[in-house]
Design a protein around this ligand. Structure first.
Ligand code: FUB
Length: 448
């Protein structure tokens, strides 16, 4: 019994929760998402940005990462943080002063999980850095514990490892260092089985990195971030062989409209829907090396080409009506008079609030699941002058299910208000400002 209680307590200390809306990890930075389906669940292996520790004499305004966490989800909505799986000072070959644990990947073979990660190699007695190597850590379960090999993979200098295990069982490793490289892996998944070769026919100019290769209906897709103009956008090439040649085909996601210089992604099919995992600097708008993982749905055309993905804040998945619905992760917002601000600019992890000012301005939040008939809506809101909002269903001029008066006050209030009957099922919510007095909203939820 005592053992059981200790186990539960242990799990509670490593398990953090995150949500479906973007970004999905809400208590730490997360970047370079490698998403994989193992045992019917989605596992996410991101890199873990941290603010540069001032005392460490590290390059300023640069990437800073010392470990990796693994996350999992059964529904893309609730994410469990399994804690640290690999740390720089626990890997024999890694320079543990380098904070260079960049984009990883993880695959399963014969019941073992192989976690591939780049980092700066230890110096060999000189002060010269030896560049990036790619190491492997092996586990019996996707969430670990992982044992890191004592040497990186021989023959690779590079970053951003990605693994494809082809239908015939042959495994390939892809990575980047100026170009994008490929080599076969031996059955043991730890050594190269062929000489690295540069993948040809890719854009000659502009940085290319972060390869992610997958096969669908006999087509091999090489997808990667590339700087065509100012910052990275996600592009892809198609081919009929894992080692190429590939033919450049299109853009999956345009450059970040707000200037986040990197993007890094993976694509995965889960429960008959494809998803694009990527990153953006949501919690760190002024420093784009502190990033956060996002998910949006991805669709293919009949001919196998990929439809461009527009980044959203709403993300994916169903939000339960009884959850605190963060409408600042909206599906759509009025052009004028509606905006989103941080709750606390000093600590952005406290999340966002929606601000409505201007009669008729609105915010739309899609796909809320009403599993039963609720009686009330509860709103955390603030309004200096006192304002009124309407909650409408399914259309901006759809039925008003609640009219909520926010009393004049300078602090947040949690207000309960009766609602008219809402038919169980999924609905889109529209939150509309009824008069001109501005209202700030933290969240909304439906209760009995
Ligand atoms: O996260 C560090 C580096 O930034 C990654 O390895 C690249 O792909 C880019 O996202």
């Amino acid at each position: 019994m005592k053992k059981y209680i200790l186990l539960i307590m242990g799990l509670l200390t490593v398990a953090g929760f995150a949500f479906s809306q973007n970004p999905i990890i809400r208590d730490q930075f997360s970047a370079d998402p490698a998403a994989r389906v193992f045992n019917g669940k989605i596992y996410l292996f991101p890199s873990h940005d941290i603010p540069t520790p001032p005392e460490k004499n590290l390059r300023e305004n640069w990437f800073c990462m010392e470990d990796y966490h693994a996350f999992s989800s059964e529904n893309l909505v609730n994410w469990i943080d399994h804690g640290v799986i690999v740390r720089q000072n626990k890997v024999a070959w890694v320079d543990s002063t380098s904070y260079s644990m960049w984009a990883p990947d993880c695959v399963e073979r014969n019941g073992k999980y192989y976690f591939y990660f780049p980092a700066n190699k230890k110096t060999d007695g000189t002060n010269e850095r030896r560049g990036f190597g790619i190491g492997v850590a092996v586990a019996d379960k996707p969430e670990g514990p992982y044992n890191a090999q004592i040497e990186p993979i021989e023959g690779i200098n590079g970053i951003d490892p990605n693994i494809l295990i082809d239908k015939n069982g042959q495994a390939y490793i892809y990575w980047s260092m100026g170009n994008i490289f490929v080599a076969k892996l031996k059955e043991n998944m730890l050594e190269l089985a062929s000489e690295p070769q540069i993948i040809s026919n890719l854009p000659a100019n502009g940085l290319k990195e972060g390869p992610f290769v997958f096969e669908r209906n006999g087509i091999y897709y090489l997808t990667f971030p590339h700087v065509e103009n100012k910052t990275e956008r996600l592009e892809y090439a198609m081919g009929d062989n894992p080692m190429g040649p590939f033919k450049m085909t299109g853009v999956i996601m345009d450059e970040s409209p707000t200037g986040c210089w990197t993007n890094h992604h993976s694509m995965v099919e889960f429960k008959d829907q494809w998803y694009l995992f990527y990153h953006h600097n949501d919690y760190s708008p002024d420093f784009d090396k502190n990033r956060s993982v996002r998910i949006d749905s991805l669709f293919f055309n009949e001919d196998g080409t990929i439809q461009k993905v527009m980044p959203t804040l709403r993300g994916v998945g169903l939000t339960k009506a009884s959850d605190k619905i963060q409408i600042d992760r909206y599906s759509a917002i009025s052009d004028k008079g509606a905006k989103v601000d941080f709750n606390n600019p000093e600590n952005t992890f406290e999340g966002w609030k929606s601000v409505l000012s201007g009669k008729g301005t609105s915010i739309q939040y899609n796909t809320v699941g009403f599993n039963k008939k609720y009686k009330k809506v509860q709103i955390k809101a603030a309004s200096d002058l006192g304002g009124t909002i309407e909650i409408r269903l399914d259309k901006v001029d759809g039925p008003v299910v609640a009219e909520v008066n926010i009393p004049a006050a300078t602090n947040w209030k949690t207000i309960d208000s009766k609602i008219s009957q809402i038919k169980p099922g999924n609905h889109h919510l529209f939150v509309v400002l009824k008069n001109k007095n501005p209202v700030e909203i933290d969240w909304i939820r439906f209760t009995d």
